[in-house]
Ligand binder design. Structure first.
Ligand SMILES: [Zn+2]
Ligand SMILES: [Zn+2]
Length: 230
């Protein structure tokens, strides 16, 4: 009996993705210490940027309201979440499932439909997968909501946003997307799914395309929120 239990234990023995210490059988993919490191700091519920007291809207959002209602992220782009997200984007598509589970637990009133940020087919070919698409797929399974893959489309192969300065980011994505005919019946509440939101230019461009439809509410679901570069 003991041997049998040892075998099961060994089969289930996995290491934490971040610190590589053995995981407790109940832990999913990160140990409790690492999960605790990823606790978000107080932030604005709308734009996701740091703000004391977790306000529904911060001063920036009041003076210049974003085109979305709420942004939900696991945490900020800081150690150790930054490493995990980098692994997911570069070579570990399998991380989509645990990351989606983690994110799903933070979503209070899920949208009716998920819209992954589209990737140009050339980049998809280079990378082998669209991380936002994988994330939306797993999130959809967790929250039991459908994913719309063909509503939004990327028509231009642009430079990665992270490599550009703010001004260049704006012109980089302005004309990079288009919207196909919306699904019918039109959902009232949708969420755009992205891996990292930095300046918010990409998601804002997509919100603008969606705003031509009578959608009541657009939310953003992302793995992490990072402040825009100065
Ligand atoms: Zn750990
Ligand atoms: Zn805000």
């Amino acid at each position: 009996m003991t041997a049998w239990r040892d075998t099961i234990h060994n089969l289930r023995q996995r290491d934490c993705y971040l610190c590589h210490q053995p995981l407790h059988p109940l832990d999913d993919f990160c140990c409790e210490t690492c999960i605790n490191w990823c606790r978000p700091l107080p932030h604005c519920q709308r734009c996701g940027l740091l703000a004391a007291g977790n306000p529904t809207q911060c001063g920036r959002c009041l003076s210049e309201p974003p085109l979305w209602q709420q942004l939900t992220a696991i945490s900020h782009y800081a150690f150790p979440l930054d490493r995990l997200v980098a692994q997911f984007k570069q070579h570990q598509p399998g991380l989509a499932k645990p990351l989606a589970q983690w994110l799903a637990a933070k979503i209070d009133s899920p949208a009716e439909l998920l819209l992954p940020v589209p990737m140009h087919w050339r980049r998809r070919l280079e990378r082998g997968y669209n991380q936002s698409d994988l994330l939306a797929h797993e999130l959809g399974k967790q929250l039991r909501i459908p994913v719309a893959r063909h509503w939004l489309k990327r028509t231009q192969h642009t430079a990665p946003q992270q490599t550009l300065a703010r001004k260049a980011r704006l012109s980089n994505v302005k004309t990079a997307f288009m919207a196909n005919a919306p699904p019918q019946p039109l959902p009232r509440h949708v969420a755009i799914v992205d891996d990292i939101v930095t300046t918010g230019t990409t998601v804002a461009t997509l919100c603008k395309l969606l705003s031509k439809q009578k959608i009541e509410r657009i939310d953003i679901y992302c793995l992490c929120r990072t402040p825009p570069p100065k």
